[in-house]
Write a protein that binds this ligand. Structure first.
Ligand SMILES: *[C@@H]1O[C@H](CO)[C@@H](O)[C@H](O)[C@H]1NC(C)=O
Ligand SMILES: *[C@@H]1O[C@H](CO)[C@@H](O)[C@H](O)[C@H]1NC(C)=O
Ligand SMILES: *[C@@H]1O[C@H](CO)[C@@H](O)[C@H](O)[C@H]1NC(C)=O
Ligand SMILES: *[C@@H]1O[C@H](CO)[C@@H](O)[C@H](O)[C@H]1NC(C)=O
Ligand SMILES: *[C@@H]1O[C@H](CO)[C@@H](O)[C@H](O)[C@H]1NC(C)=O
Length: 575
């Protein structure tokens, strides 16, 4: 690289305009000039030393009028750029990241061809007004500086498609920033700032696809954001939003759900749990589906194949939907209950039912802390006589047909389970079998025991002990009634239910993918589905179930918009 001396004599002429400070030190410049190259890169420590000893960039750089790509990066000795940079009028990319620029000349506005300006990771406190004259600029990266404001007039840069202002101290976007003129702006990256407000005018940025405003000081997200039709990805994590539900959503949910929630609010229908903005949702549904079809490229479709889909049926659309009444006495025993109905779960094929029961046991062991934290029960909807009441009964009067046993009272059942547990412990010769039947202790000393009772007075579940033989699921079960109870909190129930549904979606996908094989090698011991009779869809439908108190007022609807928001990207929830 440093063998440029050979050219020096002739370069004296070429570079006559430049002050000949130390041209020998900069053979790259000579080479670029001689060979009429259009790109020049100075990067890293070796160049930094030269910049340090020269007291800045060699002024000869500014004579290279043919350059269209200039990069000087990772040179902490570079603290300023000379105004002569204005002569490099062919420049399309100017990359000056990771230096220590404390200022940047406004004459940069004269670089009429500039498309990419990267001055990220410097020491800038202001951006020069000149930037707003860059009519061709499409990418602006000023992240990792100490900027407090952006210049007014940025909307004059009408070719801008990407703006990265992350990691600064910016408190607001300039008023003229939200402008229809920026109709190519698709990516706005502004995380780690101090932005306090996002204007409702944000909808004027019609091309916006990605908006990252995480770790700012926003209190609200304007509903108008949902009018940005191209928006695919938003990030508002790490803002203290006044709508706590929204705050929860932005920390867990997918963009689609959040935008839909905002859309609902925009229509002034901030519903209670589950009853959100039905009208708004329906009105937008058609439009959205059209858009979805149109936008979906081949790539998306491949992605779509790997996704699990859960569709939610809303109680408001299904007036006959099951409701569970919760008696007031239950609050002293085991207050929290969340229910829903799942359709589309294939338990018929091969070992699908077995896999589901194993998965449930695993959830009981792990997430439910061996049932001490929460308990899951599953039922065949067809065998349930609605309506259901979540009630309490005295231990001697609570009669239940537990799985694989004859009918007995709760007292008898618990005594028997305890005996069995002791026996097992002896067999295994262990003093401390951890957690084995620990949940039996949970009801100790309670005068009343919790139970879910159907319309005929049958106990269909006695949490955390057992559910009933009467309603237990089989291979032929088409619709499942899921129930999660807990003494800990409502959220605990919801978290467990979320996990259960996710697990079911995974299992159902697995079953769908392996159905053909099972059909051909006859893995199943039940009746076989005729090949090709039904398309192997693994989509689950979750129907909301309401719980109400004795006066009929709503307690919980599951799932609601804040549920099923696990950050798992391959589960798509269609609301
Ligand atoms: C960055 O700029 C601030 C003033 O804005 C100055 O105090 C500081 O020394 C600069 N840092 C470096 C590394 O030049
Ligand atoms: C600056 O941002 C642009 C656009 O977001 C990106 O292409 C570029 O890689 C970033 N620069 C650095 C140094 O990360
Ligand atoms: C924004 O710029 C920073 C570097 O300053 C970079 O790390 C980040 O990837 C950029 N973000 C995007 C989305 O381009
Ligand atoms: C008790 O359980 C712990 C952890 O499961 C185990 O490490 C320990 O050996 C057990 N003690 C006895 C006496 O079985
Ligand atoms: C969903 O994604 C997780 C990882 O994010 C992966 O472990 C799991 O296998 C995926 N499930 C399906 C059904 O693709």
């Amino acid at each position: 690289m440093r063998n440029g001396c050979f050219f020096i004599v002739s370069l004296q002429l070429v570079l006559a305009a430049a002050s000949m400070d130390d041209i020998e030190q900069w053979p790259e410049i000579e080479k670029v000039a001689l060979e009429k190259r259009r790109e020049l890169v100075f990067q890293g420590a070796a160049f930094d030393e030269r910049i340090a000893s020269n007291g800045g960039l060699c002024s000869a750089i500014y004579t290279l009028k043919l350059l269209n790509y200039l990069e000087v990066s990772q040179c902490p000795s570079l603290t300023e750029i000379h105004e002569d940079i204005q002569h490099l009028t062919s420049l399309q990319s100017l990359i000056l990241c990771r230096n220590k620029l404390a200022s940047f000349p406004s004459v940069v506005g004269k670089l009429k061809s500039l498309k990419v300006l990267d001055i990220s990771a410097n020491n800038l406190t202001v951006l020069p007004e000149g930037i707003t004259q860059l009519k061709e600029l499409n990418t602006l990266n000023v992240s990792c500086n100490s900027l407090e404001v952006l210049p007014e007039g940025l909307s004059k840069c009408t070719r801008l498609s990407t703006i990265n202002i992350s990691k600064n101290k910016i408190t607001a976007f300039p008023a003229d920033f939200y402008s229809e003129k920026l109709d190519l702006l698709s990516m706005l990256v502004a995380y780690d700032n101090s932005i306090e407000q996002l204007s409702g005018d944000v909808h004027k940025l019609t091309a916006l696809k990605m908006l990252d405003l995480s770790n700012n000081k926003l209190k609200e997200i304007p509903p108008e954001l949902s009018d940005c039709a191209k928006l695919k990805e938003i990030n508002f994590k790490g803002n203290k939003l006044s709508d706590k539900r929204l705050e929860k959503m932005v920390n867990g949910c997918q963009t689609k759900s959040i935008l839909e929630y905002l859309r609902g609010r925009g229509k002034g229908r901030q519903g209670e749990e589950g009853a959100d903005a039905e009208g708004g949702r329906k009105a937008d549904k058609g439009k959205r589906q059209q858009r979805k079809k149109k936008d979906k490229g081949a790539e998306d479709e491949v992605e779509e194949l790997n996704k699990m889909v859960v569709k939610v049926l809303h109680v408001s659309d299904t007036p006959e939907a099951l409701t569970v009444t919760v008696s007031s006495e239950v609050k002293d025993v085991r207050p929290y209950l969340v229910c829903c109905i799942v359709m589309g779960m294939n338990l018929q094929s091969g070992n699908a039912l077995k896999r589901f029961l194993v998965a449930q046991t695993k959830l009981h062991d792990d997430l439910c802390g061996k049932r001490t934290i929460a308990t899951i029960a599953t039922h065949d909807v067809q065998l349930i006589k609605a309506p259901l009441v979540y009630d309490v009964k005295p231990p001697t009067q609570l009669k239940v047909v537990s799985l694989g046993r004859k009918e007995m009272t709760a007292v008898e059942l618990i005594r028997q389970l305890q005996l069995e547990a002791d026996e097992l412990r002896k067999q295994k010769k262990r003093q401390n079998v951890t957690g084995l039947h620990k949940y039996l202790q949970l009801l100790k000393g309670k005068e009343m025991y919790p139970c879910l009772v159907d319309a005929e007075g049958h106990v269909i579940s006695f949490p955390p002990i057992t559910n009933s033989e009467k309603t237990k699921i089989k291979k032929t079960t088409k619709e499942l009634f899921l129930e999660v109870t807990s003494a800990a909190s409502l959220q605990t129930c919801k978290d467990v239910m979320d996990a259960l549904i996710l697990k079911m979606a995974e299992l159902n996908k697995f079953t769908a993918e392996h159905q053909e094989e099972a059909g051909s090698d006859g893995e199943g011991d039940g009746p076989q589905e005729p090949a090709g009779s039904s398309e192997t869809s693994s989509e689950l439908i979750v129907q909301q179930v309401r719980t109400v108190d004795q006066d009929g007022s709503l307690k919980v609807v599951y799932p609601s918009k804040t549920d099923l928001c696990s950050a798992i990207s391959n589960l798509t929830v269609v609301w």
